[in-house]
Design a protein around this ligand. Structure first.
Ligand SMILES: NC(=O)c1ccc[n+]([C@@H]2O[C@H](COP(=O)([O-])OP(=O)(O)OC[C@H]3O[C@@H](n4cnc5c(N)ncnc54)[C@H](O)[C@@H]3O)[C@@H](O)[C@H]2O)c1
Length: 257
């Protein structure tokens, strides 16, 4: 199926992990994908996301983007809209985690985490919204935002105070934007991954953290990036319209148990 045929989509943090899987999935569904990341090189080497998409005949371009920079975000949205005059979807996925528990979180850890995870999502939404509001509707929808949150925006994130707070902010921001812009035809949702085996941040999880994740996850395996990409695709596609302000968990039942 070509559920995103003729659509232009931005995916931030697209060099690795969940962002890469989302970008590849979107391109396979016919979208032109604008890939944004601080680096194009995948963490473990090998072909870039752009190369992977082009290799199977998909359409994508990469722009070096630091999501904590307003200038970078504006340039990203301008590039995406230049092609067809539209930006149909933005996926605000890039995130980091710095610091530990409260007493182990420095002011620099806090500011760094917020600048990428919360300010970055705020600016991605803001710049995308400015473009989307200028567009004609496709069906009922002028544009779609999918923010990547986390189950750790809803329950405590062991040893990651700033990360959890930033993700709670993303969940709230998603609801507020959804409510404020529903009458403008903007659909805004979040996807909350549980434990996904991406090597997030370049660190393989310790045996202890893996054991914790397995103990918390009722489903008999941990998640893959493709599990999250399926949910993001659904919320980015015309199939999901009367769904807005939702925080869709892709967590193998973590939050249900
Ligand atoms: N992996 C998990 O278990 C898990 C669980 C819950 C939520 N999440 C969320 O899913 C999203 C993706 O996580 P992942 O596991 O794929 O992580 P990842 O570390 O594999 O990929 C993140 C990407 O973001 C990029 N990035 C970092 N800082 C950036 C910046 N300032 N500007 C632009 N790009 C930047 C990195 O270069 C990397 O390519 C994040 O929002 C994360 O919080 C992941």
């Amino acid at each position: 199926m070509d559920r995103l045929e003729g659509h232009t989509a931005i995916v931030t943090g697209a060099a690795n992990g969940i962002g890469r899987a989302v970008a590849i999935r979107f391109a396979a569904e016919g979208a032109h994908v604008v890939l944004a990341d601080i680096t194009e090189e995948p963490r473990g080497g090998g072909e870039t996301t752009t190369e992977a998409i082009h290799a199977v005949g998909g359409s994508a371009e990469f722009l070096t983007t630091d999501v904590s920079s307003w200038d970078d975000i504006r340039a990203l949205v301008t590039l995406a809209a230049a092609r067809t005059g539209r930006l149909d979807v933005i996926v605000n996925n890039a995130a980091i985690g710095a610091g530990g528990r409260l007493t182990e979180t420095s002011l620099a850890d806090w500011d760094l985490t917020m600048s990428v995870n919360l300010r970055g999502v705020f600016m991605g939404c803001k710049a995308a919204m400015a473009q989307m509001l200028t567009q004609e509707k496709r069906g009922e929808v002028r544009g779609r935002i999918v923010n990547i949150s986390s189950q750790h925006g809803m329950i405590s994130s062991p040893d990651h105070l700033a990360y959890g707070v930033s993700k709670a902010g993303v969940v709230y921001m998603t609801r507020q934007i959804a409510a404020d812009y529903a009458r403008d035809g903007i659909v805004c949702n979040a996807v909350a991954p549980g434990k996904i085996m991406t090597g997030m941040g370049g660190h393989e999880p310790s045996d202890e953290r893996l054991a914790y994740a397995r103990a918390r996850t009722p489903w008999p395996r941990l998640g893959q990036a493709a599990d999250v990409a399926s949910a993001v695709l659904f919320l980015a596609s015309p199939e999901a319209t009367y769904i807005t302000g939702e925080n869709l968990m892709v967590d193998g039942g973590w939050m249900a148990s």
